[in-house]
Design a protein around this ligand. Structure first.
Ligand code: HEM
Length: 181
């Protein structure tokens, strides 16, 4: 290895460390009030979890029909797994050190399912849609923002763990999907 390669390697390590620190800072940006809002709203979603999951998948496949082929198992049991994972995430908002490794592991498995970095965007929007339908007028703009921040934390951790060229600070969604659906 020559001197230039060593310098490039050091620069790359420093940049990746800076990215991690910035991502961590944005993760910590969720407020106590937002955590409370998200937790309280999830207790209202839980009794209608199956309906919420159905709304979620219908909307996801409207946004992007090509994602359907990634889901091989029964969509109802898949919906339950998704809700269980959301429950764990919501209840661990105060304990991110515990949640982060779980999300990181899950993200790597998702790569094997064929999930791409850009797929986290329609999934996040389908989640907001299902929450809006499920909670009705209780889904206030403040609660919506709290959920956006929560999902952004989850998606950032997962994307960072699974896609080596993902940079949370420069990433822009390029995926076209049917927003009007
Ligand atoms: C916060 C984000 C997400 C959470 C919490 C989540 C949660 C889960 C869970 C708990 C499972 C069950 C198996 C496992 O643990 O690996 C799963 C499977 C799966 N997820 Fe996700 N997921 C997320 C994002 C995504 C995204 C962005 C996609 C893209 C379309 C996706 C597609 C899938 C697929 C295709 C499977 C396998 C389904 C099958 O076997 O039929 N997930 N997910």
């Amino acid at each position: 290895m020559n001197k230039a390669q060593v310098v490039n390697g050091v620069i790359a390590s420093i940049l990746s460390l800076i990215n991690e620190l910035i991502a961590e800072a944005s993760i910590m940006a969720i407020t106590e009030q937002q955590k409370r809002l998200v937790k309280a709203s999830f207790t209202k979603v839980e009794p209608i979890a199956d309906t919420a999951a159905e709304l979620f998948y219908n909307q996801l496949f409207k946004y992007d029909p090509s994602l359907k082929k990634l889901f091989k198992s029964d969509i109802k049991s898949q919906g339950r797994k998704l809700m269980a994972a959301l429950k764990l995430a919501v209840s661990s908002l105060d304990n991110l050190e515990k949640l982060i490794p779980v999300l990181e592991k899950m993200a790597v498995t998702h790569v094997d399912y064929g999930v791409k970095v850009e797929d986290y965007t329609p999934v996040g929007n389908a989640l907001l849609y299902a929450l809006k339908q499920g909670l009705g007028a209780e889904f206030t703009p403040e609660l919506r923002n709290a959920w956006i921040d929560t999902y952004t934390i989850m998606a950032t951790v997962m994307r960072q763990a699974a896609y080596s060229d993902y940079n949370p600070n420069s990433y822009h969604n390029t995926k076209y999907y049917n927003r009007a659906a």
